[in-house]
Design a binder for this molecule. Structure first.
Ligand code: FAD
Length: 354
């Protein structure tokens, strides 16, 4: 059985690895540019199941994904030799006024009723958890089980592991069309090869092209549109390291790696694929970050970047598509790092049982 995967981001590589683990021998991942270098390496790497979920069903899915990560990180270390930087560092979601504090109180009660660790804390308690926290907060929710990984390391691990597992990884090759015969997807056509074009037959094709998924010619028009939502991030470097917990407040988050590197984000912008870090974006992120942890004002501004979250109306698209032979692993928006292994499992189930 040959499986072709379009895109070498976290979705494409995690799915390739899972298929290889289940004994699929002929897997080809096609990447038009640099493997792993788009949204998946740009992400902040929060595994923020409780903070990010919007309803109980989503929370259950996210928590299962988060709680499975420690084991996956170990598996990846064993199969690739790369440490993905998994840390269960906990997260404080901050309330700057009484109204937000009430909203947090409701969320904490709901999480506790579901058996999850969550606590509403006052300023004093919050500062015991994170001494660098601003004194301006009205209170916070403490989610002790929220975690993080280092996305560039995660992608290095996945790429090393897939190659060791015998997956063929072709980069610099763009899928120019999904090929359909008699109502079934039978492969893809690619450009960027010496002969100009090449047809690659496959028993199953997996669309994992991130925010470019709807742009691949031949994708069924009945599928929900995947559109890019730009996010800007910046890296601060503290010497010595001071902030140690994930801090989140009204669209700003601070993700300390534990070694002095602190990822600060982000923006949510509907600007297509404009690859620009803007003055206003950096200003917003810096102001928000220094507001929640004033010591960050003394950190070095080391790097800025942006990339594109793949947003699909109705949530991630995972598994079989309306076109037989074509499978989906896309549209994960803000939580693709969190959901990578869970998605790989579901897509592998669908492909292997097809
Ligand atoms: C600023 C920012 C912060 C984020 N923070 C978090 C976070 O803290 N936690 C979390 O869980 N998630 C986070 N995310 C979301 C997460 O990064 C994404 O959901 C996830 O990386 C999407 O992975 P992907 O493999 O679908 O897409 P990508 O990583 O974008 O990979 C898609 C790949 O497909 C390739 N491709 C596209 N078209 C073609 C074609 N025609 N032929 C061949 N190859 C093609 C691209 O070159 C690319 O390499 C964040 C995202 C951003 C932008």
């Amino acid at each position: 059985m040959r499986v072709v995967i379009i895109g070498a981001g976290v979705m494409g590589t995690a799915t390739a690895l899972e298929l290889a683990r289940r004994g699929v021998r002929d897997i080809v991942v096609l990447e038009r540019a640099v493997p792993g270098a788009e949204a998946s390496s740009a992400a902040a790497g929060m595994l923020a199941a409780q903070m990010e979920s919007k309803n109980e069903a989503e929370r259950a899915t996210f928590v299962t994904a988060r709680d499975g990560y420690a084991a996956w990180a170990e598996e990846l270390r064993a199969s690739s030799g790369v440490d993905v930087g998994y840390r269960r560092c906990g997260a404080l979601e901050l309330a700057m006024n009484d109204e937000s504090l009430e909203a947090l109180r409701t969320r904490v009660a709901s999480d506790r009723a579901a058996g999850l660790r969550a606590e509403l804390v006052d300023l004093g308690q919050a500062r015991e958890i994170e001494p660098e926290l601003t004194a301006k907060v009205a209170g916070a929710a403490w989610f002790a089980d929220e975690a993080q990984v280092d996305p560039p390391q995660l992608l290095r691990a996945l790429l090393a592991a897939v190659v060791r597992a015998g997956v063929v990884l072709r980069s610099g090759v763009t899928v120019s069309s999904i090929v359909e015969e008699a109502g079934r997807c039978v492969g893809v056509e690619v450009t960027g090869v010496p002969d100009g074009r090449e047809a690659i037959r496959a028993d199953a094709v997996i669309l994992a092209a991130g925010s470019w998924s709807s742009l691949v010619p031949g994708v069924p028009s009945t599928l929900p549109l995947v559109r890019p939502v730009r996010g800007q991030l910046l890296l601060l470097e503290e010497r010595p390291p001071r902030v140690s917990r994930i801090l989140a407040s009204h669209g700003t988050y601070v993700v300390p790696r534990g070694d002095g590197r602190v990822i600060c984000g982000s923006t949510m912008e509907d600007v297509g694929h404009r690859r620009e870090v803007t003055a206003a974006g950096v200003q917003k992120i810096l102001a928000g970050s220094i507001d929640v942890a004033p010591c960050l004002g003394m950190a070095e501004l080391s790097r800025v970047w942006c990339n594109f979250r793949p947003h699909a109306e109705g949530g991630p698209q995972i598994g079989p598509s309306p076109l037989a032979g074509l499978f989906l692993a896309t549209g994960h928006h803000r939580n693709g790092i969190l959901l990578a292994k869970a998605t790989a499992d579901l897509v592998a189930d669908a492909v292997v049982d097809r």
